[in-house]
Design a protein around this ligand. Sequence first.
Ligand code: EPZ
Length: 425
Amino acid sequence: MERLLIDGGTVLSGELRASGAKNSALKMFAAALLADEPVTISNVPHLKDITTMIELLVSLGVEVVIDEKMNIEIHANTIKRFKAPYELVKTMRASFNVLGPLLAHYGQAEVSLPGGCAIGSRPVDQHLRGLEALGAKIDMSDGYVRASAPKGLKGGKIVFDFKTVGGTEHLMMTACLAEGQTTLENCAREPEIVDLANFLNKMGAKVSGAGKDIINIVGVKSMGSCSHTVIPDRVEAGTYLIAAAATGGSIKIKNVNPGHLEAVLDKLREAGASITVKADSIELDMRGSRPKAVSLITAPYPDYPTDLQAQIMAMNCVAEGSGRITETVFENRFMHVHEMSRMGAKVKLEANNTSAITTGVPSLRGAPVMANDLRASVSLVIAGLVAEGQTVIDRIYHIDRGYEQVEEKLQKLGARIKRLAPQIR
Ligand code: EPZ
C-alpha cells in the first residue's frame, strides 16, 4: 500500500484552488439516472470515489464520456441492467443512492445494502422508509434491497426522524419522477443538497426549498439534458485552512464559497487567525503565532461539520490551552485520537467516547501512523506537518478517496511531503 512521508516543521504559506465537491458530484452521478438525455457535469474532482461511481454506472450499461478536464457526460438512456453489486457499494456508500433514481425511472432496482463502516453503523432506514412512503415495494434478502414500483411512484409526505444528508438527497431525487407532490420535512440543509436540487431543476425537475427544513417536489413525467458545474469542496478548503492555522502559516484559497464555511471560519478566528473573505476566496493568516485551542460540537449544517472534526483536533493538539470537541453525528469518529496520542498528543476521551479533551503541547513527534477513514487520515497529515521529525502515514488510499492531488497541493504550500511506493512485506 502507498504511504505518505512527511518531514514536519514547515509553516504552510501560499495559494490553492479548491477542487469540486466530491459529496455533491457523487449524488449528481446517481441523479443522472433520472434523465432520458445526456447530462454533463463539470468541476468534478479526480478522486477514487468518483472513479468507483463511474464504474458503477458503466456496470449498469450507462455510457460515460470523460474529457481531459474531468467534464463528465452521462448517457443514462443506454442503461441495460438495474443492479448495484456489493463489491461497488461496500467500497463507497454513496453508490446506494442509485436505488431511488433507478426505481423512479425504470420501476426496478437491486442494490446491495452498504453495511456498517469505520465511523459508525450508518443504517439506511430513513432512505428505505421514505421510498416505501412513495409507494415502493421493498424486499431485503442476501444483503440486497430489491425494490419495485411497476405502476410508478406516487408523491407523499416524509418526515425524517433526524437530519440525514444522504436520506434527504436520495428522497429528493427519487421524488422528481413520482406522480404528484412530495413534501420532505426535517431535511438536512447542507450546501451539497442545494447544489443537487439546482442540478435536478436544470434537468427539468420541480424542486423548491432545498437548503431549508422543508423541501417540496412536484413530480414531472420526464427529465432531460443539462450542464452543471459542481460547487467547490468546502471540506477540502476547510482542511487546508486548518492545516495552515495549525502550522502558524498563511494561505489563500480560491474557488471557494466562504458562506459554506462560516462555522469553521468562526472557530479559526477564535484560534487566533485573521481571516479575509471575498466573494470566492478566503485568506487566513496566523502571523506566525501558535493557535489557541477551540471547543466545539459537531452537528448538521450550518453548524460545525463532522467532516472537519478530526482536522481541527490535530490543530488543538499543538494549540495553546485546552479544548473540548464533541462529536454528535457519527458514533465512532475519534479513531485518529489513538494515532495522535502515539505522536505525543494529550487527548482524553470522555462521555462514552463522544467528547475529546485536548491539552495542547508545543509540538508533536513524528511516528508511523495509519487511519481507516478519509478525514481521520488527513488529520494525521496535519499532525505530521506540525510534528518534529518524520511521520509515515499508511493506508493513504483513504485520503485519495477525497483529496485531489493532496501531496502536490501541500508541496505548493511549502510542505515537505512525498508519496512512498508500496512496501514489500
Ligand atoms: C454524508 O453522509 C457525507 N457523505 C458524509 O461525508 C458526512 O460526514 C455526512 O453526510 C454528514 O454530514 C456523502 O455525502 C457521500 P447522514 P451520509 O445520512 O449521508 C445516521 C466524508 O468524510 N443515519 O447525514 O451517510 C447516520 O448513521 C463523508 O466525506 C441513520 O441512522 O450521512 C449518521 O449517524 C463521511 N439512518 C447520521 O444519521 C439513515 O437512514 C447522519 O448521517 C441515515 C443516516
